[in-house]
Design a protein around this ligand. Structure first.
Ligand code: 9WN
Length: 420
């Protein structure tokens, strides 16, 4: 077996905390939502029992209203801020109060297919949990039925520190009720992390929503940050397609209709966010009503879940190639050279294996297998050269952020699956 695959598996063992996998030791010592979904897809390649377990442990944190939180605090740890006492949520086990990109149903379908039909008994409760979560997205985060779901906190995007939030986040006050005692900068270089001012705003939002008792309707009314987001909606739509497929497999015809209606709504809404002048899709800032024009990877993620016209797909690919020109590792999370581009700072330029994974699937879906293969090669080469880092500096190729990172391990196995 390829030595890197052996190493990837070793990382997942080292980050196992009892049926769930932490993203990396110390920097992120709990179970994270979309990280676990990617990890489950990695496990699906060689241990479907463990893959199911990852998802089962995640839904232990699902709230009665259907939300699956972004962090599940199964065990205490003092190496991370903000911990459970900052979130002040009321679930049976401690969790954060916000969510993360809904990769869950994409993972569930892959795990179910890898396990074969015998896995139906195990897959059903997970399917129910996913459906409940999708219903939550469309009611709590799109109460007006637009088809685009909104984020109330940048951390919900998974692309926490992206320039996409700069305008919307600048309106959020830096005052907090909670003292901000950062731990992240004790683990990795501060120049790679968000700034103190951003952290104050992140925590201001947490205080605001905790004061709403985490009630979705109250939060919607009070939210000083509200962005109808294209990357999340595109992931939700892909997950919705996979959920619809599972509903058919499980003979749930009423669910099929309901899910298909969600999907159709989002499909149309995403398409309406195409901006030919930018050769990208854009999010919408619901506080100002403006397009979010910041040049980030999010604008290309709709490749994952739409069957685009040839012209649109071609324009996206041309734009992606222009951004990638001269880089050692693609795909950058911010357009190189613009004012907000910082090749080492978290979500403001670096390349992420999991983002590439989504883009690779999207390029294949839209008839661009060569572009997909270039991106796949760039990703696996970066990992083979630098190890399983959280992300990579696109200019130098250097591995940055946390090391021994679970989703990078899962992505590597997935991108190398044909050579297993
Ligand atoms: C906040 C765990 C998570 C990822 C996110 C990434 C980062 C957390 C943080 O780490 O976010 O959720 O403290 O910076 O941005 O995508 O899920 O890997």
């Amino acid at each position: 077996m390829n030595v890197h695959i052996t190493e990837a598996k070793r990382i997942l063992v080292a980050n196992d905390r009892g049926g769930y996998t932490v993203p990396t030791d110390r920097l992120y010592p709990f179970q994270w939502n979309w990280d676990s979904a990617f990890v489950a897809m990695g496990f699906a390649l060689y241990d479907t029992n463990r893959a199911y377990r990852e998802l089962e442990r995640l839904i232990e944190g699902q709230w009665a209203d259907g939300m699956i939180p972004h962090i599940i605090f199964h065990q205490p740890s003092d190496t991370y801020f903000p911990g459970p006492n900052v979130w002040r949520t009321r679930h049976t086990i401690p969790t954060s109060g916000i969510t993360q990109p809904p990769v869950f149903a994409i993972a569930l379908r892959k795990v179910f297919e890898a396990a074969g039909n015998g896995g139906q008994v195990r897959a059903l409760p997970l399917y129910e949990a996913a459906l409940k979560w999708h219903r939550w997205w469309y009611s709590a985060r799109d109460p007006e039925g637009t088809g685009l779901v909104a984020l109330l906190h940048p951390w919900e995007s998974g692309s926490d520190n992206s320039p996409a939030w700069d305008i919307a986040l600048a309106r959020v006050p830096t005052t907090t009720d909670t003292p901000v005692i950062r731990k992240d900068t004790g683990h990795v270089n501060a120049s790679m992390r968000p700034r103190d001012e951003d952290y104050s705003r992140f925590i201001h939002l947490v205080d605001t929503y905790a004061a709403c008792g985490w009630d979705p309707a109250k939060q919607w009314e009070k939210a000083p940050f509200k962005v109808a987001e294209i990357q999340t909606t595109a992931i939700l739509l892909k997950a919705g397609e996979d959920l619809e497929h599972l509903a058919r497999e499980f003979g749930r015809s009423e669910d099929v209709e309901e899910i298909a209606a969600f999907n159709e709504l989002s499909r149309k809404a995403i398409l309406a966010q195409w901006r030919p002048g930018l050769s990208r899709f854009v999010s919408r800032d619901l506080v100002s009503g403006d397009d979010v024009e910041a040049a980030t990877q999010a604008g290309f993620i709709p490749l994952l879940s739409l069957d685009l016209d040839k012209d649109i797909a071609g324009a996206l690919v041309d734009e992606m190639r222009a951004w990638s020109k001269g880089l050692k590792v693609t795909f950058p999370t911010t357009k190189p050279g613009i004012a907000s581009w910082e090749p080492k700072r978290y979500w403001r330029g670096p390349s992420w294996a999991i983002i590439n994974w989504l883009l690779i699937d999207g390029l294949k879906r839209n008839g661009h297998p060569e572009a997909a293969e270039e991106l796949r090669k760039s990703t696996v080469t970066a990992i083979e050269r630098e190890g399983f880092a959280e992300y990579f500096d696109p200019l130098t190729g250097e591995g940055c952020g946390g090391l021994g990172f679970s989703w990078t391990a899962a992505a590597y196995m997935w991108l190398m699956r044909s050579s297993h």
